[in-house]
Ligand binder design. Structure first.
Ligand code: ZN
Length: 326
């Protein structure tokens, strides 16, 4: 397989990989990677490419600690002398993969299923969840190897290359993960991780993953006012000029999910009962992987709506139920 390196602007490029985009900034023979792809195989292709061009990889910058951005880091670090950088919050997950609780849980459930159905080859490394009925919602749950982060990236503080004083802006894009950051290359190309789902992504995956809904909303507001004109998200095509339309789509989707949750909680329900109803409302197949992935996001919404005093929790007879507090 040949790796696709696409030019964006100046010294900024990106690798268009199967599941995710990886940024590459180069100046003379030195370079910096933004994210690492979703598997060791992809990481190998990246390293082979860099070697074939005689490029020295100085640093790997991670937008956020999800395996489709991170799973190649272990291999690339091993094969190059590059240092790994990430936000303080997401470094906890990078250095302790098991802390990513819902992903670990889904992976483990899926591994049991995979073993039982005797799927061969590398199936345990790259796990696809493609519901066969209802809305096609493709979850790819990948695992990353434990990796030591060499130093933290801090929002509002610039990151500088070691060989030359070329600076990258580091931006707070928290919400999708605890410490997601955006990275702006010296050419003003803004790598935004999963801060924004494209309209195509939303059509397939109508409930964007959120760790902290309030921060995800702030991030969308920030993107709306952003002065930059070229954006690269983890998935899909880069945005050249404007992201406004897709920011509005994401905001509408958040509002729709909040309204759906409140509607279903006119009568008290447990989180599991609510998740089942939300899956039904968004026409997403109910299966274990979908259930756990969406549960994590719904829990973040329950927290958000409780803080906004739109919901109450009641606990009785060993069960916590939520209801809309009109
Ligand atoms: Zn992500």
């Amino acid at each position: 397989m040949t790796i696709n390196l696409e030019h964006l602007k100046g010294g900024t490029y990106y690798f268009r990989l199967k599941y995710s985009n990886v940024g590459l900034y180069m100046f003379k023979k030195h370079c910096v990677l933004i994210d690492t792809g979703s598997s060791e195989d992809e990481a190998k292709e990246i390293v082979d490419y860099l070697l074939s061009k005689d490029l020295t990889l100085e640093s790997i910058l991670i937008t956020h600690a999800h395996a489709d951005n991170l799973a190649g880091a272990h291999y690339i670090k091993q094969k190059t002398k590059a240092k790994l950088y990430a936000s303080k919050e997401d470094s906890v997950i990078i250095e302790n993969p098991k802390r990513s609780t819902h992903i670990t849980m889904v992976s483990e459930i899926r591994e049991i299923e995979t073993t039982e159905t005797d799927v061969q080859g590398d199936a345990e490394k790259v796990i696809h969840f493609i519901p066969t009925k209802k809305k096609v919602m493709q979850h790819i749950v990948l695992k990353h190897e434990k990796c030591i982060v060499d130093a933290h990236l801090v929002p509002e503080k610039q990151f500088s290359m070691t060989s030359v004083k070329h600076n990258f802006e580091i931006v707070n894009l928290h919400g999708h993960s605890a410490g997601q950051i955006g990275i702006v290359t010296p050419d003003k190309v803004f790598f935004i991780g999963d801060a924004l789902y494209s309209s195509d992504e939303l059509a397939e995956n109508p409930i964007p993953y959120a760790f902290d809904v309030s921060k995800a909303k702030k991030t969308l507001d920030y993107l709306l006012k952003s002065k930059y004109t070229m954006f690269v998200s983890t998935h899909g095509k880069p945005y050249d000029f404007s992201i406004t339309g897709d920011v509005y789509s994401n905001q509408r989707q958040i509002k729709m999910l909040e309204d759906t949750i409140i509607m279903h909680l006119s009568m008290p329900k447990t989180t599991d009962e609510l998740v089942a109803l939300v899956l039904e409302s968004f026409d997403i197949e109910e299966n274990i992987p979908n259930f756990y992935l969406i549960s994590a996001t719904i829990s973040a919404y329950l927290d958000e709506l409780k803080k906004a005093k739109k919901l109450k929790a009641i606990h009785e007879k060993g069960k916590t139920r939520w209801f809309a507090d009109f």
